[in-house]
Ligand binder design. Structure first.
Ligand SMILES: Nc1ncnc2c1ncn2[C@@H]1O[C@H](COP(=O)(O)OP(=O)(O)OP(=O)(O)O)[C@@H](O)[C@H]1O
Length: 240
C-alpha cells in the first residue's frame, strides 16, 4: 500500500436512526499509526461514529475505506478480521479459564496462533502476566477489563477504536488504560479515541475531530484544540 494512502478514510458519512439523522457529511482520514481524538458533547454522534466504523450500525450514505477496502457495508466480523477493532469488546472473559488460557482462546478464535502474541499482551498489561495462572473469574472487575482489552490488542489490530474506555473506572485504572493504549500505539496500532477526559485525549492524540449535532464542527492538530475550542463545543465537559 502506498504510504501516503490513509489507513482509514471516511467520506460524507451519514447515519440515520429511523427518521433521525445521527451523523451527516462526516469526512476525515486516519493515517497508519495515527491517533485521532473524537470529542463532542453528549449526543453529538461519537458512539454512532464508532458503531458505523465497526459495522454495528449501517451507513445510509457515504464511503468508509479501511486498508484500501470499502467496508461501509461489511459485517462487524469481516471488519474485525480486517484489523479494525472496537474496544471494549462486548464479549466477556471465560471465568473458569486462567488468564493465560483466555488469551490462548482469543488467539485461536482469531486464527492467529503466534508464540509472541501472549508475551506482547503481558508486556502491555504486566498485571496480567503476574496473574497468568489465576482463573479469570477471580480477577477484579478492572483486571477483567484489562484481560478483555489484552485479548483485542495482542492480535495487533491496525486500528483500535477506544470507545469511552475510561468510563466508570477508578483513577488508577484510567491510568492503566491510557498506558496500555500508549503501548499499543508504540507497537504500530492506529487509535481513534472517544473519551470523556478531553484533555487527556488531546495529550494522547495527534489529531482531533469535534462533532456537534452529527457533523464535524472542528478538525485540526490535537495541540491546536485549546481551551477555547473545548469550551465552545463541549461546554462544561471541557473542564475534565
Ligand atoms: N439506537 C438509537 N435509536 C435512535 N436514536 C439514537 C440511537 N442511538 C443514538 N441515537 C441518537 O443519536 C444521537 C447521537 O448519539 P450518540 O450515542 O452517537 O452520541 P454520543 O456523542 O456518543 O453521546 P454521549 O457522549 O452522550 O455518549 C443522539 O441524539 C441519540 O439520541
Amino acid at each position: 500500500m502506498n504510504t501516503s494512502t490513509p489507513l482509514l478514510s471516511v467520506r460524507d458519512l451519514q447515519v440515520r436512526y429511523g427518521p433521525a439523522l445521527a451523523l451527516s457529511g462526516v469526512s476525515f482520514d486516519v493515517p497508519a499509526k495515527g491517533a485521532l481524538a473524537v470529542l463532542g458533547a453528549n449526543g453529538a454522534g461519537k458512539s454512532t461514529l464508532a458503531r458505523a466504523l465497526s459495522g454495528l450500525v449501517p451507513a445510509s450514505t457515504g464511503r468508509i475505506t479501511f486498508a484500501g477496502r470499502d467496508i461501509a457495508s461489511a459485517s462487524p466480523d469481516a471488519i474485525r478480521r480486517s484489523g479494525l477493532v472496537h474496544l471494549p469488546e462486548g464479549r466477556g472473559v471465560f471465568p473458569g479459564l486462567t488468564v493465560h488460557e483466555n488469551l490462548r482462546m482469543a488467539l485461536i478464535a482469531a486464527g492467529a496462533e503466534r508464540a509472541d502474541a501472549i508475551d506482547r499482551a503481558f508486556a502491555i498489561f504486566p498485571v496480567l502476566g503476574d496473574r497468568r495462572r489465576q482463573r479469570a473469574g477471580t480477577l477484579s472487575g478492572g483486571e477483567q477489563q484489562m484481560l478483555s482489552l489484552a485479548r483485542a490488542l495482542m492480535i495487533t489490530p491496525r486500528l483500535a477504536i477506544a470507545d469511552e474506555l475510561s468510563l466508570g473506572l477508578a483513577p488508577r485504572l484510567v491510568d492503566v488504560v491510557f498506558e496500555s493504549l500508549e503501548r499499543a500505539r508504540a507497537a504500530g496500532v492506529a487509535i481513534i479515541m472517544i473519551e470523556q477526559f478531553a484533555h487527556r485525549a488531546l495529550e494522547f492524540a495527534d489529531r482531533c475531530l469535534v462533532l456537534q449535532r452529527g457533523s464535524v464542527a472542528w478538525e485540526g492538530a490535537a495541540s491546536a484544540a485549546g481551551d477555547e475550542v473545548l469550551r465552545h463545543y463541549l461546554g462544561e465537559a471541557a473542564g475534565a
